[in-house]
Design a protein around this ligand. Structure first.
Ligand SMILES: Cc1ncc(COP(=O)(O)O)c(C=O)c1O
Length: 458
């Protein structure tokens, strides 16, 4: 490793950070993380904190998962790369495809198309959705509908169905034919409806209206995260996704579940679709599939999609899409080991129990720091605090104050993720009861410290 002076001096000078302003990264240099073990990370100063973010929602099994590390090393020795473009494949990806089908049997996922990450997976699903309709001689079905506040990665397709203006406006024009409906977000919605079930019905009605307005015969798919992650951990009421499923079926529209965060146990179920009792037509997965140790993902396809492609004319069903790293054997080896460990440790069960504990703690924090914590919400081990400058108007807390809170929480021993005025939490799913208590204590202490520093009472 280069010495500390070198690293500090060159921090953010020669690279641009995703989701940040390059000048800001120079002014407020990022934490330099140099080590990780269990659920903890260590920075260049030797400070060790609990990683309540699990990297970026992905290191579900923590930083010390030996079976995955060993599998990666062994695969590098055996076969570090081979392509899966037509005419060749590799042994590991065959093994993984068999395991994935078994893992998502309840969701009805029969085929996998492998990618290098979440954005790739979303892009794949959107493309295959259009092609599916072309194969079925409904070429007019090209449009997509999605939720405002949803996040689907940053490729042009994903950004076009993305529901956050910050990720869209600088890059417009987006793909044409993408439309958005309000998310069923009880804390902030345009209808002023606080009751979850009624709100879900209202949003579902908006979807139905939008479909009729556009013309069902022009729409390829509706894409949603079963629980919205990056948009601020918005947990839809339990009737929402089943209502969406029903509407999509009635109009011949495919339902794509973007499970890049919710796949592999984070919500307390093995997938977000399973949580809501819905079988989507396609699922997108990535992140925790390799515990974040190798960039990898997949678009998964139900029997309905598989049948259409596999029984189609050669020209119609030819998949003119794929990545050099689709089916990478090292990623596949990592995923095979990761799935084994994910099942062996039954991390979904821990996510459910520890998630309840975390949410209880966050509700206590909201009661105590009601002047700045407008909302506390979550499910399983994905949770958020929404920071406001005034709980009545719900005006988001200003960025400088949010930054101070972030730093204070870190000083108190926990890494959380800040996005706008949200404090996002997604700790590794192996986290212990004691460490969840420590997360809650650190957030409490961090808020106290930052608010006192700014001369504000909780
Ligand atoms: C729901 C969802 N979809 C897609 C993506 C994009 O994944 P990636 O950053 O691996 O491209 C993300 C990333 O956070 C995500 O949360």
């Amino acid at each position: 490793m280069k010495d500390s002076n070198f690293l500090r001096e060159n921090n953010a000078r020669f690279l641009w950070h995703p989701m940040g302003h390059p000048a800001d990264s120079i002014k407020n240099p990022p934490y330099i993380v140099v080590g990780g073990s269990g659920v903890r990370i260590r920075d260049l100063d030797g400070t060790e904190v609990i990683d309540a973010v699990a990297g970026l929602w992905n290191v579900n099994l923590g930083f010390s998962c030996e079976p995955i590390k060993k599998a990666i090393a062994a695969q590098l020795d055996a076969l570090p790369y081979y392509s899966t473009f037509r005419g060749s494949t590799n042994d590991k990806i065959i093994e993984l495809s068999y395991m994935i089908r078994d893992f998502f049997r309840d969701e009805g996922m029969e085929r996998a198309f492998f990618t290098s990450g979440g954005s790739d997976s979303v892009e794949t699903a959107l493309r295959l959705a259009r092609q599916y309709h072309k194969i079925r001689r409904e070429p007019g079905r090209t449009k997509f509908i999605s939720l405002k506040l949803g996040y689907h990665g940053t490729h042009f397709g994903g950004a076009s169905v993305n529901g956050n203006p910050r990720f869209r406006q600088p890059y417009e024009p987006m793909l044409s034919g993408c439309f958005h409906i309000p998310a069923p977000h009880a804390y902030r919605n345009p209808f002023g409806i606080a009751d979850g079930s009624l709100l879900a019905e209202k949003c579902a009605e908006m979807l139905d209206q939008e479909i009729k307005f556009q013309g069902a015969e022009t729409i390829a798919a509706f894409i949603m995260e079963p629980v919205l992650g990056a948009g601020g951990v918005i947990v839809p009421p339990e009737n929402f996704m089943p209502l969406v499923r029903d509407i999509c079926d009635r109009h011949g529209i495919l339902l794509i579940a973007d499970e890049v965060i919710t796949g592999f146990g984070r919500t307390g179920e093995w997938s977000g679709s399973r949580l809501w009792g819905v079988r989507p037509d396609m699922m997108t997965i990535a992140k925790a599939i390799t515990n974040g140790y190798f960039p990898f993902g997949a678009a998964l396809l139900s029997a309905k999609i598989a049948d259409a492609f596999e029984s189609s004319e050669p020209g119609a069903g030819f998949i003119g899409h794929g990545y050099t790293y689709s089916g990478h054997p090292v990623g596949a080896a990592a995923a095979v080991a990761c799935l084994d460990e994910t099942k062996r440790l039954n991390v979904a069960r821990n996510a459910k129990a520890r998630g309840r504990q975390l949410l209880d703690g966050l509700h206590r924090i909201k009661s105590k720091h009601g002047s700045v914590v407008g909302d506390a919400r979550g499910i399983g081990l994905m949770a958020a605090l929404e920071l406001v400058s005034d709980p009545e108007t719900k005006e988001p807390l200003d960025p400088a104050a949010v930054d101070r809170i972030h730093k204070s929480i870190y000083k108190a021993g926990v890494m959380v993720r800040i996005s706008g005025a949200f404090v996002l939490m997604s700790p590794p799913l192996i986290i212990s009861e004691r460490d969840v208590d420590s997360i809650v204590d650190a957030i409490d202490a961090g808020l106290e410290d930052a608010l006192q520093g700014a001369g504000r009472a909780g």
